[in-house]
Design a protein around this ligand. Sequence first.
Ligand code: GAR
Length: 187
Amino acid sequence: MKNITVLVSGGGTNLQRIIDCIDSKEISDAKINLIVADRECFGLERAKNHQISHQLIKRGKDFSENLENAIPENTDLIILAGFLSILNKEFCEKFEGKIINIHPALLPKFGGKGMWGNHVHQAVIEAKEQESGATVHFVTSGIDEGEIILQGKVKVDVDENIETLAKKIHQIEYEIFPKAIEKVLRY
Ligand code: GAR
């Protein structure tokens, strides 16, 4: 049985997908041992609804250290599912190869500091890209720079807006995230 710790900052629809895929065995032989949020968010409510251990660790001084202390000893994989805090170098190095993130664009394009959530979609639309997508990648101390595990593409229509693009990207995220998690856990 693999133990997964999930970190969230927002609505947590990707977290919900992970919970559902563990239940349906699309992600096999795994368990969420802890959900950590860096702010009050609906992701925490999802943890409560499913009776999964959860913790709120607010951003600020010693954030990465506090987070490091919260990660259970038996954790095999840390998943950033819409997690918006930057983890420090020590944290990334300590858990190297054991942290993955989902990013709402086709990395290495539209990644790095400030590129999160709708900011990414806005930049993609402004650049008149014809396609975008989502990337699941390993987390290193370089923001959005770690090895890519899986990507999924969507077409960007000429009349696309942030909302419609965000919706499409979420759909592709729900497809690739469980596959990427299963892949990493079974290697
Ligand atoms: C997702 O689209 C994810 O790719 C993005 O936040 C959204 C969270 O949605 N992550 C980032 O921008 C990280 N840089 P959710 O809370 O509904 O899963």
